[in-house]
Ligand binder design. Structure first.
Ligand SMILES: Nc1nc2c(ncn2[C@@H]2O[C@H](COP(=O)(O)OP(=O)(O)O)[C@@H](O)[C@H]2O)c(=O)[nH]1
Ligand SMILES: [Mg+2]
Length: 223
C-alpha cells in the first residue's frame, strides 16, 4: 500500500522555501548566518556584545531571534537599539524557512549587509532545517561539558565556525579545552574555532573579523 513519509515532505517544502530565500539574499548580496547552540550558551549575549561593534563598523544588519514563547531576547537587543524581529515558534524546537521568510517580510532588505538568525536553543533540530543561510555558526560553552561535538555531529559538520563561549569560567568547570577542540576537528576537520567570553570580551574581535570577511566575500560573489 502506498504511504506518505511526512518528514520528507516537510523537509522538501522547507528546502524549497530556503532555496528561494537563499536566491533572494544572493541577488541582494546579503550574508545570512544561523547561530545554533543549547539554551543558555550565550547567543543573545554574543549579539549584545557584537551588535554595537558591527554598528560601529558601519555594517547594516538585522537580527531574527527565535524563542518558543517569550520576546525576552528581542527586548534585550531592542534595549541596545539593535534592529530585531522576534520569532516565536510555539512548541517547535527550531526555526524553519517559512518563519524566516515571514520575519524577513518585516525587514527592508535593500542595503542590508547581514542577517543574523539566533535559532531556538537546541543542538539537534535547528541543524536539520535549512533556512537559506550562508553559514551555520555552532556556539558551545564551557558550562555544558567538552563532549558535545561528537554527541551532536550534524551541527558541527554543518558549521563553518565553532565558538567556545564562557572561557572566563574555565577555572570553575570541568571543561577540557584540548578535548573539545580535538573533538570538533575530528567531526569537522575544516572547522574554525574561536575561544570566546561574552563576559571578558575575549574572542569577540575574532568573531567580528570572521563576519566582516564573510560579508566581503558575499559582496564579491557574482549573482
Ligand atoms: N560567565 C559567563 N556567563 C555568560 C557568558 N555568556 C553568557 N553568559 C550568561 O549565560 C546566560 C545565558 O546567556 P544568553 O545569552 O541568554 O544565552 P542564549 O540562551 O544562548 O541566548 C546569561 O545569564 C548570561 O549572562 C560568558 O561568556 N561568561
Ligand atoms: Mg537567547
Amino acid at each position: 500500500m502506498a504511504f506518505k513519509v511526512i518528514k520528507e515532505n516537510i523537509l522538501k517544502d522547507n528546502d524549497k522555501t530556503a532555496s528561494k530565500i537563499r536566491s533572494s539574499l544572493k541577488e541582494k548580496k546579503v550574508f545570512m548566518m544561523n547561530m545554533i547552540s543549547s539554551p543558555g550558551a550565550g547567543k543573545t549575549s554574543l549579539l549584545e556584545k557584537a551588535g554595537p561593534l558591527l554598528k560601529k563598523e558601519g555594517i547594516s544588519f538585522t537580527i531574527l531571534t527565535g524563542d518558543c514563547f517569550t520576546s525576552r531576547d528581542a527586548e534585550r537587543m531592542d534595549a541596545l537599539s539593535l534592529p530585531v524581529v522576534q520569532i516565536n515558534t510555539g512548541n517547535a524546537c527550531h526555526i524553519d524557512a517559512g518563519l524566516v521568510r515571514a520575519a524577513l517580510s518585516n525587514v527592508e532588505i535593500d542595503g542590508l549587509d547581514l542577517v543574523i538568525v539566533e535559532n531556538v536553543g537546541n543542538l539537534v533540530c535547528p541543524a536539520e532545517f535549512d533556512i537559506g543561510e550562508d553559514e551555520k555558526v555552532a556556539l558551545l560553552s564551557t558550562a555544558e561539558g567538552h563532549d558535545k561535538p561528537e554527541k551532536y555531529p550534524l551541527l558541527i559538520q554543518e558549521s563553518e565556525v565553532a565558538l567556545i563561549n564562557k572561557t572566563d569560567l574555565l577555572e570553575h568547570v570541568d571543561f577540557d579545552m584540548r578535548y573539545a577542540e580535538k573533538s570538533l576537528c575530528t567531526v569537522n576537520p575544516g572547522i574554525k574555532i574561536i575561544r570566546m567570553s561574552c563576559k571578558t570580551g575575549e574572542g569577540i574581535d575574532n568573531f567580528i573579523e570572521w563576519v566582516k570577511d564573510k560579508i566581503k566575500t558575499k559582496k564579491e560573489q557574482k549573482v
